[in-house]
Structures are given as structure tokens and as C-alpha cells.
Design a protein around this ligand. Sequence first.
Ligand code: C6P
Length: 418
Amino acid sequence: MIKQASAIIEARRFNLDEIRNDFPILKRTVNGKQLVYLDNAATSQKPQCVIDSINKYYSFENANIHRGLYFLSEIATESYENARLKGKEFLNALSSSELIFVKGTTEAINLVAASLSRANYFREGDEVIISHMEHHANIVPWQFLVEHDKIKLKVIPITDDGELDMEAFKLMLNDRTKFISVVHISNALGTINPVKEIITLAHRRNIPVFIDGAQSAPHMKIDVQDLDCDFYALSGHKAFGPTGIGVLYGKTEMLEMLPPYQGGGDMIRTVTFEKTTYDDIPHKFEAGTPNIAGSIGFGTAIDYINQFDRDELTRYENELLEYATNSLNEIDGLKIIGNAKKKASVISFVIEGIHPYDIGTIIDTDGIAIRTGHHCTQPLMDRFKLPATARASFAFYNTKEEVDKLVQSLLKVKRMFV
Ligand code: C6P
């Protein structure tokens, strides 16, 4: 049984065939072979219900929101705000006004960094801590502040297994530390970071913490109140929703403290040429016409995930990860990059003497999609002295048979290079 805010409902039985049937793209072939989609960390596939909800919105409900007093505008507004409410329950936020719709995790981090800067939150020499395994989206926006606000960027080192060096982190905390922004699950290593511990240590010194949840929201239950994070960001498209929609969660007092990120329609209360007053949160941060269809699709993706017992999905993904790790480790010359004790369903690897791009291109001829490259984590690649890795990342609709196909295809790549 799973418990939701208003009702206790029976969880949907975990049946892989039925689940795969929900995702139309999984039935297609690529290069004459059955598609094996193992690039879920880049973006997940979408169930039919998400596709249908977007179609329904454009076919029958399309209108701008928060503006018209006519029938369609009211339904569109209701659907948009209802999606926010679903997001609130998904993250267990205290209030739906703590959820801001953004394009995705990248925009969420840029919003917070830019607004902190505009609030003159930082003094010259103040320190912001990130980690060595951050995605570029959690590096570059802070580098803007190194230039503009003269802050210092401190980087938590990582171990050879791809875990955060928590002792080093503790030593980094000092009176100049004003903000911490860390990734929950690394997109390139799969490491699940001890973010709760980081938040507890930071709060002892009144330092706010931002959690990049791009990779955690699709793979585990998130409870922002339990984590006690000040900010949390996710991308809808990695969590079975559409592209171009994401959520920034912020504690009310944090969002109240920040000035707006962009100015325009829908974020104001009054405008004169002399002075503008802003709307309340979350609208203060949502200037212009938002991604209405995207928010509705995202809400449907949450409904889809909520049918299941999330712990059961996580358990299955862990089983798949273990199976894939063991199978890949059998391949001579293959080395997995990132062997943290706590990992989610991402496996980065290299094969001796073969460039990851060759691996990706050749296995594509077998219909297998994985990502190859630096995964937008160039400093992390430098840490491991690698230009790139191949990365297989899983969702709960993937199967052990698909892992077997990956292994067979990699063995074929190896034979071609001998
Ligand atoms: N990682 C990957 O293939 P956007 O693009 O805004 O939805 O998400 C950015 C982002 C931020 N943080 C983490 C940990 C991420 O993994 C990503 C996106 C994709 O790994 C595309 S580079």
C-alpha cells in the first residue's frame, strides 16, 4: 500500500511486460534491431499517458493561464496549478508555493545563483562549496559569481572510488562559507551522496544547501522536509515527463528573501514607470507565459510514478544495477569508473584501447543507445585522467535481457579491435 496526501491507494503491481507496454518508443526498432534504450540519465522515455495528456491539453484546453476569465483559461490555469500541487506532494514540500516551474535543473541553479547575486548575498571572499563530481550546470553559474561577486569556489575532493571525501568537506567549512550546492546522485558515476549529512553539518553553521536532484528524483523517493535542504532542483524530462519543464523547490523563507530572476508579465502586482511591486512566491519567479503543456505532462508523469510502490521500483533498479555491474565486470579490459558503496543506476566504463565514441557508434548498429563523452562533467573526467567514458544508465523499464544484449554487443566491439 502507498500513502498519498489525501487517500490510501493500492500500489500497481510491478510487472515488467506491462510497464514496457506503457512506453510506446520501447517497441520501435533502430537499425533493424529492437531498441535497447540505456541512456536514461540523459533523458528518460515517456509513458503513453504523458504523451496523451499533452495532446489533450493542446487539442481541447489550450489557453494562456492566470490571465483570462473565460472557460478555457480557467481550465488551463487549474491544470497548471494542479501540476504544481502534484509536484509538492512528489517532493513532500510544505506548500505548493515553494515550487517554481523552470525549464529544468540548469535553469533552477542559474535562478538561485543569479538571484543570490542580485540580493547582494555574497561579500568579496565569501565561499561557495560544490564538489568535484558536479555537472557543468552546478559549476558554471557559480563561476559567474566568482567573476561578478568575487566569491571563492571551493571543491570537495572525491576518492578513487568516486565518493565524496567527507573529512575534507568538514575541514572546508568555515565562517566564510556562505552556500553549498551539491549533486544528490552523480550523472557520470552513479554515486549517491550523503546529502543529509552535508545539510546537517551546513545548518549547524547556518549555511543554506542546494541539492541538484536531476538524477535522484527519477530514482528514489524525495522528501525535502526530511532532507531539510534549502533548495532542490529536478528536470521533468529525466523523470518520465516532457522536456523544457523542471522544478525548483525552495524553502519559503529562502524564496521570500530572493529577488525575482526575470521581469515581465505574470510576476508583478503593480507596475508604474517609477516602481514595480512583485507578486507573491512562486509567481514572483515565473515571468512570462510558462511551459503550460510541459507542466501538465510533468504532473501526469508524477501520477504515473505514483501508481507504483516507489521502494519497489528502486529495489528493482538496484537489482538491475548489480546484475549489469557483475556482467560488465566479466568483460576483459573493461573498467568501471565509479565504484561507490551507494550507487544508483548509472555505470560509466572504459575499455582498454578503444575510444568510448567507437563503442557508442558500434553498439548503435545493434540498436543500443548509451551515452559517450564527458557527460558535462569535464572536471570529473580530468580527475580520472580520462577524456570520456561510455555510460549505460537504467530505468525501471529496462531488463536483464537488455543488459545481456549490451554485453554481447561490447564483446563484438572488442573483437573488432583485436
Ligand atoms: N545530465 C546527462 O546526460 P537539464 O539539462 O537542465 O535537464 O539537467 C542538467 C543536469 C544537472 N545536473 C545533473 C546531475 C545532470 O545529470 C544534468 C543533466 C544529462 O547526464 C545531460 S548533460
